[in-house]
Design a protein around this ligand. Structure first.
Ligand SMILES: C[S@@+](CC[C@H](N)C(=O)[O-])C[C@H]1O[C@@H](n2cnc3c(N)ncnc32)[C@H](O)[C@@H]1O
Length: 225
């Protein structure tokens, strides 16, 4: 059982996991501004949970048969079940071993990809992406994360009070870029989302965060060859 299966049922609960909702809003805003999906693009969303790419592609009248949604947690992937009927392919799969052919994808999208932000994952992305393919990933902002975590794990407290630890790898900018460029990518764009940009209710996880402090970072890389 994947660690996220223990929290999958309540991950999108507005009441309990406000920080997840705030991270999601920040990630959606950044990714929408940074990527441009074309009708012929083959798109892979990794760690999809409740897919971001599917509703976006539908809104843009793009065929969901060009979309694969991968997640290692059955419970998290089930939040995207409805997109199967619209043509998307759902893959219960580790991000580090995606069952897709070499160079078969043009765009990879990963919202809050810190659980699998490791060298093996980036190597796998360089395998599945075509030449000049792009990958965008959001992660919790490094400075915020350092005040609230250790850069290796995140702790969720469930509605029943159980503490669940999940992997969470968050690196300082230079280290992140070096890890990814080492396997054949080039950084194209880097953007931040600050707490003050949040709309609606702000989670208590950000109570001690200043409005101008970043809570989410987005990295857009392009495969060099
Ligand atoms: C922080 S959640 C983000 C979910 C979704 N992208 C969102 O923003 O709402 C991380 C997701 O990555 C998935 N995940 C964690 N480790 C993974 C791995 N090694 N391979 C694939 N998916 C993984 C989890 O099951 C979960 O759905």
């Amino acid at each position: 059982m994947a660690a996220y299966d223990l929290i999958a049922a309540e991950y999108y609960s507005e009441v309990k996991h406000g920080a997840c909702r705030n991270f999601r809003q920040a990630s959606e805003t950044l990714v929408k501004a940074m990527i441009d999906i074309q009708p012929e693009d083959k798109v892979l969303e990794v760690g999809a949970g409740m897919s971001f790419a599917a509703p976006l592609m539908k809104e843009q009248n793009l065929s969901l048969s060009n979309l694969c949604l991968a997640d290692s947690s059955d419970g998290m992937l089930s939040h995207s079940e409805k997109w199967r009927a619209e043509g998307a392919t759902l893959l219960l799969s580790a991000a580090e071993a995606i069952p897709l052919a070499d160079k078969s994808i043009n765009i990879v999208i990963s919202l809050m990809g810190d659980p699998y932000n490791n060298p093996l994952f980036w190597l796998e992305m360089s395998r599945v992406l075509s030449s000049q393919g792009q990958i965008i990933m959001t992660v919790p902002a490094y400075q915020w994360n350092r005040l609230h975590g250790d850069g290796q794990q995140a702790i969720f407290t469930t509605e029943k009070g159980k503490r669940v630890s999940v992997p969470s790898f968050v690196f300082e900018y230079q280290q992140q870029v070096m890890m990814v460029e080492r396997v054949g990518f080039l950084l194209e764009e880097y953007c931040l989302f600050s707490k003050g940009e949040l709309q609606g209710k702000v989670s208590k996880a950000f109570v001690s965060t200043d409005d101008d402090q970043a809570i989410v970072e987005a990295y857009l890389f392009q495969k060099a060859t």
